[in-house]
Design a protein around this ligand. Structure first.
Ligand SMILES: NC(=O)c1ccc[n+]([C@@H]2O[C@H](COP(=O)([O-])OP(=O)(O)OC[C@H]3O[C@@H](n4cnc5c(N)ncnc54)[C@H](O)[C@@H]3O)[C@@H](O)[C@H]2O)c1
Ligand SMILES: N[C@@H](CC=O)C(=O)O
Length: 481
């Protein structure tokens, strides 16, 4: 999609048609503050129309042969590869991430299309005699129904395909609400799916600045049987309460606060390389981003020195300049990160490194490294979601584990150690959903992505991702022996 072509008439996609409305909102390039598009602002009436379209398309899509559903997803995967450059441009334009990160995201997003094209044809039913005899048990997996999908701005392509691809593979139709900061990528993916042969009405997209109205309409509609949400824990809790009213099946991919643990026997060079990815991928705006670095006291100085030197080599700027690190998403994010750093400094932290920034436009935040961070500092407990790295030292592994498990969140963690068994033992004892061992990234469409405690419910990716859009139907057949 050509960004210049995105105007209000392209805002809402319902039943294969772009609906035009007078109310629109602006999409801004966070690197330049330029308005790059006006998008029609959806409301409750559009949300209802989207469910009408999804419900109408549901019968034929669910009765499509799995192989035919797979063919659409395979075709979409091929188109995503063909359009990788333009999609990456669009992601970088509305999200601000570096071009390398945007291209990596397109590849990651495409892999969900491919993975679920492959999963669509794997039957998961069973048939057999009941243990006591006298009956036959048949179990089959059916599409759960119309699915409401709500996605964040930080991975505007991958968070869409991570939900849309398994929903389609399972035979569900969907209504999608992308984040208002990044609706263009979601619309471009919907266009790509249509070009791949997806029938009209199977996926409908409602961008809006009033998410409560749109998603509230969906959760109140008896035809919507599933909510799959990715975003903050605070909003996830609101949606869970609303979903409870009609007992709507809920998948929640929520906030994280990933510790990055380095033991004294770790390969420090490798740990620093992993730390750079875990902290600065996507400018630190990833749910899996390393929040705090917990480095054994014996190697902390070496780690800190190398990490700061590597951070100092990062080029900061708009994606078009080939920079490694883009801006954060908004003025609010800049203010929040400034407050977190100020709060930590006021509580005794030392500023070990902060990049010089010359940009006079754009929501840029300098990569920042803090040491001697007090446990009472807000950034010690809360998801930072930006390029700020607190380093904390430790000596007692059991005490560290106990401290980390106090957290109410439990999405991801990273452990670097020279002793693999020690790392695995530590990883198994950590209360999180995913652990990178001697690697700084855990994202993989073939693996079950998700968290424990207040980081979420359910898993995306892997077989679990399609099961989230299915319901078991069990038939008990009288079978005199
Ligand atoms: N676990 C994961 O897989 C994962 C992935 C990406 C982001 N996240 C989390 O998302 C957060 C950052 O994203 P964000 O700031 O966009 O989160 P957010 O919760 O503010 O927004 C996420 C989505 O929810 C919508 N939304 C906001 N208020 C709503 C309401 N009242 N009703 C319905 N929908 C509403 C937004 O418009 C957006 O589409 C971080 O906490 C991050 O960790 C988690
Ligand atoms: N980092 C996650 C998305 C959350 O922000 C991923 O890689 O899937």
């Amino acid at each position: 999609m050509n960004p210049a072509a995105v105007d209000p008439s392209y805002g809402i996609l319902i039943g294969g048609e772009h609906r035009c409305a007078t109310a629109s909102f602006e999409v801004e390039d966070p690197a330049t503050w330029e308005v790059v598009a006006h998008v029609t602002d959806g409301g409750a009436a559009d949300a209802l129309a989207a469910v009408d379209a999804a419900a109408e398309a549901a019968g034929s899509w669910r009765s499509c042969a799995p192989r035919d559903r797979a063919a659409v997803l395979h075709h979409a995967y091929a188109l995503m590869r063909d359009r990788a450059e333009s999609l990456a441009d669009l992601i970088a334009l509305e999200n601000g991430k570096s071009r390398a990160d945007a291209l990596a995201e397109v590849s990651y997003a495409g892999d969900f299309l491919r993975w679920y094209a492959e999963e669509a044809v794997r039957s998961s039913g069973s048939y057999g005699p009941s243990p006591g005899g006298g009956t036959r048990t048949i179990v089959t997996q059916l599409p759960i129904g119309v699915a409401a999908l709500v996605t964040p701005w930080n991975f505007p392509a991958a968070m869409v395909t991570r939900k849309v691809a398994p929903a389609l593979a399972a035979g569900c139709t969907a209504v999608l609400k992308p984040a208002a900061e990044t609706p263009l990528t979601a619309l471009a993916i919907a266009e790509l799916l249509a070009d791949a042969g997806l029938p009209a009405g199977v996926v409908n997209v409602v961008p809006t600045t009033d998410p409560g109205a749109v998603v509230g309409q969906w959760l109140g509609d008896r035809r919507v049987r599933k909510i799959s949400f990715t975003g903050s824990t605070a909003v996830g809790k609101v949606l869970l309460r609303q979903a409870a009213e009609r007992v709507v099946a809920s998948s929640m991919e929520l906030g994280g606060n990933a510790p990055f643990v380095v033991t004294e026997d770790a390969d420090v060079d490798a740990a620093v390389r992993g730390a750079l990815v875990a902290k600065f991928r996507n400018g630190g705006q990833a749910c899996t981003a390393a929040n705090g670095f917990f480095v054994h006291a014996a190697i902390a100085e070496r780690f800190t020195e190398q990490f700061c030197a590597a951070a100092a080599r990062l080029r900061i700027g708009p994606a078009a300049t080939g920079a490694d690190l883009g801006p954060v998403i908004s003025a609010r994010a800049v203010d929040r990160l400034d407050e977190l750093v100020e709060d930590a400094l006021a509580r005794g932290a030392r500023l070990r490194y902060r990049a010089d920034l010359s940009a006079d436009r754009g929501w840029f935040v300098p990569p920042t490294v803090l040491t001697h961070v007090d446990r009472t500092a807000t950034l010690y407990r809360e998801e930072i979601f930006g390029p700020v790295a607190p380093i904390v030292t430790w000596e007692d592994e059991a005490a560290l584990l106990e401290e980390l498990n106090q957290d109410d969140l439990g999405l991801a963690a990273y452990v670097y150690s020279g002793d693999l068994q020690r790392a695995v033992r530590f990883a198994e004892a950590l209360e999180v959903g995913m652990v990178g061992i001697n690697r700084g990234v855990v994202s993989d469409p073939s693996a079950p992505f998700g968290g424990v405690k207040e980081s979420g419910l359910g898993r995306e990716g892997a077989r679990a991702g399609i099961e989230a859009f299915q319901e078991s139907r069990y038939l008990s057949v009288d079978w005199p022996d």
